[in-house]
Write a protein that binds this ligand. Structure first.
Ligand SMILES: Cc1cc2nc3c(=O)[nH]c(=O)nc-3n(C[C@H](O)[C@H](O)[C@H](O)COP(=O)(O)O)c2cc1C
Length: 216
């Protein structure tokens, strides 16, 4: 590391951009999420819909990767992926996941715990049809999470698919589609001075949401 730079241990910043108070937070955490999401979109957050998705495999070992939030509907958070991928295989054994949004420029984090279920084929079809043609072909070209001999092999496969579907509609691969994560807990975190951050934790109890403030 460059000597003029701060050491890792010295890297820290004061959080003073906002506050998250009981008086102003929405009663429904999905409404609060929409508010913060709109602020992330309007602000200087790069890829505001990027979220970390955690899964657990059959040995109980956790894994995490980034996916893109594509919809918030029917009380849940929707992302799209390959059902045969590592995450897809994990979800067969354990459908419980966490989603984490980190919006550093707003000094905010949102943590979601919930149950992931496949969206309907019709819903996946509709979203798939809205994707650019290259992305649609890419879904066929990639056996996500499987090893491949080389980059060239992937590019050859894409070229074959381009030739096969020339002037034809590209159907959705049956192994590609969405999951909707229905939350049972959502935590909103807002950085505050002196590490006394605001944390409001919503937990679903029956048909209602219970809210508690957590220590930072
Ligand atoms: C910003 C960003 C967005 C991503 N969005 C998606 C996505 O929406 N769906 C997806 O399957 N993979 C997405 N990926 C790739 C995943 O992080 C991951 O590499 C891939 O899904 C394979 O994960 P798995 O082997 O654990 O199943 C994204 C990666 C990044 C960095």
């Amino acid at each position: 590391m460059n000597r003029d730079e701060a050491t890792l241990a010295e890297l820290r910043r004061a959080y003073e951009r906002g506050a998250l108070l009981e008086e102003t937070v929405a009663e429904d955490p999905l409404v609060q999420f929409e508010r913060w999401f709109e602020e992330a979109r309007a602000g200087d957050v790069l890829e505001p819909n990027a979220m970390i998705l955690t899964t657990v495999n059959e040995l109980g070992r956790p894994d995490a990767r980034t996916v893109l939030l594509k919809d918030v509907s029917d009380g849940g958070f929707v992302f799209y992926t390959n059902y045969n991928s590592r995450k897809g295989r994990d979800l067969v054994g354990c459908p419980y996941v966490c989603l984490v949004f980190l919006w550093t420029s707003l000094e905010r984090q949102v943590r979601i715990e919930g149950l992931a279920e496949r969206v309907s084929a019709t819903e996946s079809d509709e979203y798939y049809a809205s994707r650019p043609r290259g992305s649609r072909l890419g879904a066929w070209a990639s056996a996500q999470s499987e090893p491949v001999a080389s980059r060239e092999a992937m590019e050859r496969r894409l070229a074959e698919l381009e030739a096969r579907y020339l002037d034809k509609p590209v159907p959705r691969p049956p192994h590609w589609g969405g999951y909707r994560v229905t939350p049972d807990a959502i935590e909103f975190w807002q950085g505050r001075p002196n590490r006394l951050h605001d944390r409001l934790y919503f937990q679903r109890k029956g048909g209602n949401w219970e809210r508690r403030r957590l220590q930072p």
